[in-house]
Design a protein around this ligand. Structure first.
Ligand SMILES: Nc1nc2c(ncn2[C@@H]2O[C@H](COP(=O)(O)OP(=O)(O)OP(=O)(O)O)[C@@H](O)[C@H]2O)c(=O)[nH]1
Ligand SMILES: [Mg+2]
Length: 368
């Protein structure tokens, strides 16, 4: 039995108990490939369901249209470990009520977002009641809040009146449900919606959500950093125990391919495309992160990882890694490899984090 229990920088990290290296690899595969957060969006045509999906992933994955009822092909969008479904109208000629639930595999979704922008359709009430009866969690979103204006009323009153209207429609008291106001045009409420979804998920799905949803605030970016920890521990453990490639100047062997994959995964989780990296390396205002970009580019290949390892061994061995080895003492030799892979994994995560923070601060400044 291999117990993944390591002393790193004087802190004990217990990741899990695995019987074999294959179990660690299987858990890594499950977390990176199999585990999904599935969210379905429903509500009136043109309310902004596709636009909200795009805000959540930070990319234009869903087609936004000025024509209503664009969504008639009804395919979910898969983005990293998120499955986001822009559901078509409930009970239409094309999608009758009788077959709707099974046709769209409604039972498989973790969460539902009812998106509104004006008129409320009876079909939405009917679908919501069905969800409620089946114990499904539904979040109400009033999108296009940038269009709310009445010169005779303050904005808070307008919002309160909208909530009362919805309350009457769904027969739930206003104090017993939350209504989130969002705007895909100004960004209002998007971070709040992402945090609300976070709160509604159970703990393992929450980690997956935090790793994959776009951060619209520094606070959510910090949650992302924490959520990536498990990934680093698993990949570092698998890489160390699967030791294939000797690390020059040591008796340590690690699997560099696993570390390259970890880097790709972290890059995806932080939403930094290769194009963005290239763009950043050319921009003057990003001068201070230039060193980090250089290192991040190295993580993408085994040769590059080798170069990073060399630098780490040269600079960090005396200070950090050797200090760790006595603590693990008589543990399996792979443990020394773990100290190294875990160190590199954390460095990768921190580098992507710094880049993502710099991109986000820029975006927040532009939208301010
Ligand atoms: N002003 C404003 N316009 C928005 C907002 N969100 C979306 N829109 C616009 O509303 C229109 C419809 O947006 P979609 O995201 O395609 O709406 P949808 O609910 O997916 O529409 P269907 O799939 O056709 O049901 C587009 O022209 C969007 O640009 C918003 O917050 N404010
Ligand atoms: Mg749509």
């Amino acid at each position: 039995m291999i117990i993944c229990c390591f002393l790193i920088e004087r802190r004990m990290i217990v990741s899990n108990t695995f019987n074999t290296i294959n179990e660690i690899k299987e858990e890594l595969r499950r977390v990176t490939e199999e585990e999904k957060v599935k969210i379905a969006f429903f509500g009136q045509p043109g309310a902004g369901k596709s636009s909200l999906i795009n805000e959540i992933v930070g990319e234009e994955v869903s087609q936004v249209s000025s024509f209503t009822d664009t969504t008639d092909d009804a395919e979910p969008y898969e983005w990293n470990n998120l499955v986001l479904m822009d559901l078509p109208g409930y009970g239409t000629e094309m999608f009758p009520k009788e077959t709707y639930w099974n046709q769209f595999k409604i039972d498989e979704y973790d969460l539902f977002l009812c998106v509104l922008s004006g008129k409320w359709h009876d079909a939405d009430t009917e679908f919501f009641n069905k969800l409620k009866n089946k114990g499904k969690v539904c979040i109400f979103v009033r999108n296009q809040s940038d269009n709310l204006f009445d010169k005779r009323k303050p904005i808070d009153q307008i919002k309160a009146e909208i909530k009362v209207d919805i309350s009457l429609q769904i027969h739930i008291k206003t104090d017993d449900f939350e209504l989130i106001f969002t705007s895909c045009k100004t960004g209002e409420g998007i971070d709040g919606l992402i945090k609300k979804i976070d709160d509604c998920l159970d703990s393992s799905k929450r980690e997956c959500w935090e790793r994959n949803a776009k951060a619209h605030s520094i606070e959510f970016l910090s949650k992302k950093k924490e959520a990536c920890s498990k990934l680093i521990t698993l990949a570092a453990g698998a890489s160390a125990l699967n030791g294939l490639n000797p690390v020059i100047g040591t008796d340590i062997a690690i699997d560099m391919g696993i570390m390259v994959n970890l880097s790709k995964q972290l890059q995806k989780n932080y939403g930094i495309s290769d194009e963005k990296l290239k763009e950043m390396s050319l921009l003057k205002e990003y001068d201070y992160v230039f060193q980090i970009i250089n290192r991040v580019l190295k993580y993408a290949s085994t040769d590059g990882i080798n170069a990073v390892l060399k630098a780490v061994m040269k600079n960090e061995v005396p200070k950090k890694i050797v200090k760790i080895i006595p603590f693990v003492g008589q543990a399996i030799s792979a443990t020394a490899g773990f100290a190294l892979t875990y160190y590199i994994g954390k460095q990768m995560r921190d580098d992507f984090h710094t880049l993502a923070e710099s991109i986000l601060k820029n975006e927040l400044d532009v939208n301010a």
